[in-house]
Design a protein around this ligand. Structure first.
Ligand SMILES: [Fe+2]
Length: 445
């Protein structure tokens, strides 16, 4: 796929702002008074055992919900209305299954919602109807998606201590607040994984879902290495189009969905069995062969600025070869806890507009940052490792994907770029991708 990548960042072509102090430390954007005010909410957040998650549906006009309840709650309900008082509400089927720690997982899919319209939902929290919450189906002709990764609540220190969890959660709440001040009409958000530090922690799960804006803003979550080893991820997130995998994680599998002319594919990169990844890419593109854009999210980044030109990790070998084959325009990742962006990459080389742009988000909360290496690879065109949370807003139109990355302390733009897709040329993809695969494979032996 030939496209142009236009960097309009006012920072440098390659911004390498090195933190001289120790790395792998937290760094928060909020002021002390924000933390004090937030701390007063902590007991309420932890008491909210039935906090609900909202995730994108399989297409525009569908939304998905999930919450946990006690085993004694045998008859959960969910309804949607066009009115805040829930008059004339329609009730939806709740699919209940066993969840971790003898809890129940309750999931609902709401379809055929109208674009541009605001609705309200309410659900039973262990038998008691919740306050109604609004949500708006954002028009899909031009829309913005907010990208974050590694909120990783509990990462900044001893996760058994409330003071650690509170400061991480405050940082995550602060980022969500900043994003929605800048983009109040965002269609949804994507999290690139490591939502919480411990995969089976209900405390950290409730903390991750604590921003009040997340009652209305759908978030497509990704299985990170910290989410991998528990079913909690699958209990609390109701993902669309989950693909059967031969080597799934305990947390679950990859999945896909569309929003108008964009196909979003979420990969479980903890599963490096290449046939599983090939399967989800094949199923997703077969179901939606003609979308203008194809966007992958995976936790690990084949082209992180932490990797050199010659560092042929299995991520680079397995995953990026497939992205070459399937004409992926944009790959969103996290894991390394600093922001970086590549040139367009194809068959292991930076290109003049052909291939995939790899964007890696920094910490969404401030709970942890990793260091950049002293010298970065040739494919890295922007990197930022100041210990400040970042997020990236992607606006999709027919002609261009506009990416804008902000630091949350000052709201200053640290990177800005455009991806313009001109033509699709799949003829050479198969042979080039296979060549790259074997070239890389031999280099690893
Ligand atoms: Fe992480």
């Amino acid at each position: 796929m030939r496209k142009t990548l236009k960097s309009i960042s006012f920072i440098l072509v390659l911004t390498l702002i090195m933190s001289i102090t120790a790395f792998a430390e937290p760094g928060f954007a909020y002021k002390d008074e924000v933390l004090t005010e937030f701390s007063a909410r902590w007991s309420l957040i932890q008491a909210d055992d039935t906090v609900i998650s909202v995730t994108p549906g399989s297409t525009v006009g569908e939304l998905r919900f999930a919450w946990l309840s006690s085993a004694a709650d045998s008859n959960p309900h969910f309804m949607v209305s066009e009115n805040s008082d829930m008059s004339d509400a329609k009730e939806y089927d709740v699919v209940t299954s066993d969840a971790i720690k003898s809890l129940k997982s309750n999931k609902v899919t709401v379809a055929e919602l109208e674009q541009g319209k605001t609705y309200y939902y309410s659900y039973t929290e262990n038998g008691i109807w919740s306050e109604s919450e609004p949500f708006t189906v954002q028009p899909s002709d031009e829309f913005t998606v907010l990208y974050v990764s590694d909120a990783q609540i509990g990462r900044s220190g001893d996760e058994t201590l409330d003071e650690i969890l509170i400061r991480d959660t405050c940082g995550w709440n602060y980022t969500v607040e900043k994003m929605l001040i800048a983009y109040p009409n965002a269609a949804f958000a994507i999290s690139g994984g490591d939502q919480f530090q411990s995969p089976d922690s209900l405390v950290q799960m409730k903390a991750y879902l604590s921003p009040e804006a997340l009652r209305s803003l759908p978030v497509a979550n990704t299985i990170g290495n910290h989410d991998d080893d528990s079913s909690l991820y699958g209990d609390i997130f109701n993902n669309p189009n989950e693909v059967d995998e031969l080597m799934p994680s305990e947390a679950g599998t990859g999945y896909y969905y569309t929003y108008d002319d964009v196909l979003f594919i979420t990969i479980n990169s903890n599963n490096s069995f290449m046939l599983d990844t090939a399967k989800i890419l094949r199923e997703a593109t077969k179901a939606h062969p003609d979308t203008k854009w194809r966007v992958v999210t995976m936790h690990h980044n084949p082209y992180s600025a932490s990797l050199s030109d010659d560092d042929f990790s299995e991520e680079r070998l397995f995953f990026s070869s497939l992205y070459d084959l399937y004409d992926i325009d944009l790959c969103l990742s996290g894991h390394d806890h600093f922001y970086s962006r590549t040139d367009t990459m194809y068959a292991g080389e930076a290109t003049d507009g052909e291939g995939t742009v790899y964007v890696q988000s920094s910490s969404a909360s401030g709970s942890n940052y990793d260091p950049l290496p002293e010298s970065t690879a040739s494919f890295t065109v922007s990197a930022f490792d100041v210990r400040v949370p970042t997020y990236t807003a992607f606006t999709f139109t027919d002609d261009v994907i506009v990416g804008t990355t902000y630091r949350t302390d000052t709201d200053i733009v640290i990177d800005s770029f455009e991806i313009t897709d001109n033509t699709t040329n799949t003829d050479i993809n198969f042979f080039t991708a296979i060549f790259f695969f074997f070239k890389t494979l031999f280099s690893m032996i």
